[in-house]
Design a protein around this ligand. Structure first.
Ligand code: FES
Length: 284
């Protein structure tokens, strides 16, 4: 006996794509309004109509709506500063996923915070190389400096009222991919290279005062929620200036030291043969 499987209806992405007129540049679509969308926006409070429109824009970028989950979670963080239970439900509702499926992803990746983040997120690299160069000492000092000797600030704890000016969530992080410039720390994922205990304390003191010291490279410092909106895929209106900042040179003398040494000494890796036989793969 065979069971007839009904044709699946259009998924959210297909419906949105169709609503947007089919073959269009989804980056350029103005907020797409579907029937009932404003009702949905009310239900989704605190995710207002603008955020719902941004969610629809994200969903339209993928053939499968569930592929939009990672940027959707960043979008949620751009509103609330963390992934709340409401944020999980918001994603699930728009992506046809269960809350459990969204939670499984949100709790897997460290970039999704389960506690409200400060205006700034300060991530100190305490992986092996940075730790040996002073990253551990920097993290320990910031714990007591932002907390107290008796009550040091813990991993992903916030000093100040989360979201208010000068508030900081502190965390230790795994390798931040700038080992040549260690010890490094990041504020809202922007780099501050070659740190010392003193320079790190100066940096967080400036943040606490509401200042935004320039990162060593890359884009100017904003705040955690703005950075999250960019991670979701929405950039400042003045995108050209922004891109010019981001696309500037990011290498340092330390980055090129090995290549320079090899050049000075005339070292080169042997050329790769054109036809290299691939090893046999054991059949299973
Ligand atoms: S170990 Fe710190 S950036 Fe790699």
């Amino acid at each position: 006996m065979t069971t007839e499987v009904p044709e699946p209806g259009p998924n959210q992405a297909e419906r949105t794509h169709a609503a947007a007129g089919g073959d269009v540049d989804v980056m350029a679509i103005s907020p797409v309004r579907e029937e009932g969308m404003l009702d949905d926006a009310r239900l989704d409070d605190p995710f207002d109509a603008d955020i719902v429109a941004k969610a629809q824009n994200l969903i339209a970028r993928y053939p499968q709506s569930r592929s939009a989950l990672l940027p959707m979670l960043h979008l949620v963080q751009s509103v609330q500063g963390y992934v709340s239970q409401e944020g999980i439900a918001f994603c699930g509702r728009h992506l046809d996923l269960t809350d459990a499926e969204v939670s499984a992803v949100a709790t897997f990746y460290t970039m999704y915070k389960r506690q409200k983040c400060g205006e700034h997120l300060v991530s100190v690299c305490t992986n092996t190389l940075c730790a040996a160069l002073g990253g551990d000492a920097i993290y320990q000092k910031l714990q007591t400096h932002l907390g107290s000797e008796d009550k040091p600030l813990g991993h992903q704890q916030t000093v100040g009222e989360p979201g208010e000016q000068g508030s900081i969530m502190l965390e230790h992080a795994e390798c931040l991919a700038a080992c040549d410039l260690g010890p490094v720390l990041q504020v809202n994922y922007e780099y501050y290279d070659n740190q010392t205990v003193d320079s790190a304390v100066e940096l967080v003191d400036a943040l606490r005062r509401g200042e935004k010291p320039a990162p060593t490279r890359g884009a100017p410092l904003s705040d955690f929620k703005s950075a999250e909106l960019q991670l979701a895929g929405f950039f400042p209106e003045d995108e050209r200036t922004y891109r010019a900042d981001v696309d500037g040179p990011s290498h340092a003398p330390e980055t090129l030291a090995g290549a320079k040494l090899a050049e000075d000494r005339g070292w080169a890796a042997p050329a790769m043969a054109d036809n290299v036989a691939m090893p046999e793969v054991e059949k299973k």
